[in-house]
Design a protein around this ligand. Structure first.
Ligand code: SF4
Length: 354
């Protein structure tokens, strides 16, 4: 059922958290990720954008099974690593698989042992200050990953691998004996990338890897990630809240709002032919260097805050902030439709918004 052109496939992924609510005796349910589906072809980048709290980081971590999914199916390199058993199977063309009676066929309940996948599926964390152990040297931090997966047969090989990784991310052998507090934010993020690379991964979830860095450093880290992708054939899920960053590095972009994917398509399509009002507002927020063009650009400023995921709005979740909202939006959840080849959108009025 898995398409081998895709390294990663996610179907109807859900991640619900139980949290304490106003009622002492009853827990509330936060639907952090709600029915999210996408696939990532080998050696390509899928960008995931949305405001803080929209569920993009939770999606990345659930995909790696750092959080155990509530429901859905995750397929990695043709192997099912999680299946809740209630998600229909799809053929390679994306059509539902049916039995002789025309009824949908469901996947088998699966919870694979993640140990063989941990080396292949890595993550670079957002905060380069918090993600490195301050008591360990940089060499120990990178070497620990090599030790866990038994990737060096001697001390010399281990040392040589650590130095090679540090040099590959723009550091050098002298840095191996220093501690994280001796480095700048950009250098620490390079260490985080070296640590992920040290175990020869195939897939990396880049969880807002540049948002804590100075603007001057951001481009360097993005360029480095692109170079590493070409060199090692890496596949990325690149998570960020800034669409201007994501559109540069991603072949395809998914836009999330309040736990749901609202639009997905090629980077160019999303940037120039978006048809979801939320995506349009994100695009209109991208600064334009030319004052003349900027003067003629209509900026869509969203009113109000993002609603609580404990009690999301009925129908379309974006309706409380949407400038195009109508009565139907409160009554009916918009379907996930293909508006042009490979371009999907969940809005009742996608054609007129476009
Ligand atoms: Fe806006 Fe309605 Fe479209 Fe939702 S379905 S994005 S509320 S127009």
């Amino acid at each position: 059922m898995a398409d081998r052109a895709n390294l990663v496939e996610v179907r109807n992924l859900k991640q619900y958290f139980q949290v304490s609510g106003k009622n002492f005796f009853k827990k509330d349910c936060v639907k952090a990720v709600d029915d999210v589906s996408f696939s990532i072809p080998r050696s390509s980048t899928l960008g995931l954008v949305g405001e803080s709290g929209c569920g993009k980081t939770t999606t990345g971590r659930t995909l790696l099974r750092l959080y155990e999914p509530t429901a859905g199916r995750i397929v990695y390199d043709g192997e099912v690593i999680f299946d809740s058993g209630d998600v229909p199977l799809y053929d390679e063309a994306g059509n539902p698989v049916t039995d002789a009676d025309g009824k949908p066929v469901y996947g088998k309940k699966t919870r694979a042992n993640m140990l063989p996948y941990r080396r292949k599926m890595q993550i670079v964390f957002q905060d380069p200050y918090a993600s490195l152990d301050p008591r360990m040297t940089i060499g120990e931090i990178v070497g620990e990953a090599i030790d866990i997966h038994g990737l060096a047969s001697s001390r010399e090989e281990r040392h040589e691998k650590i130095i090679r990784m540090l040099e590959r991310v723009g550091l050098n052998s002298e840095h191996a004996n220093r501690y994280p507090h001796e480095f700048s934010g950009g250098q620490r993020q390079r260490v985080g990338i070296a640590r992920a690379l040290a175990v020869d991964p195939e897939f990396i979830v880049c969880d807002e890897p540049i948002s804590a860095l100075d603007v001057s450093i951001q481009a360097q880290v993005i360029n480095m990630l692109e170079d590493l992708q070409s060199e090692f054939g890496l596949t990325y899920l690149f998570i960020a809240h800034d669409l201007s960053v994501v559109k540069h590095i991603s072949r395809r972009i998914g836009v999330m709002y309040l736990g749901k994917l609202v639009e997905m398509g090629d980077s160019y399509e999303i940037t120039f032919h978006s048809c979801h009002p939320y995506t349009k507002s994100l695009i209109s927020a991208i600064p334009i260097a030319d004052p003349e063009t900027n003067r003629h650009t209509h900026r869509i400023v969203l009113q109000g805050d993002i609603p609580s995921p404990v009690n999301p709005p009925s129908g379309c979740r974006f309706r409380t902030r949407c400038p195009y909202a109508e009565k139907r939006c409160a009554e009916e959840e918009p379907a996930w439709k293909e508006v042009s080849p490979g371009h999907f959108c969940a809005c009742h009025f996608a054609d007129s918004v476009r």
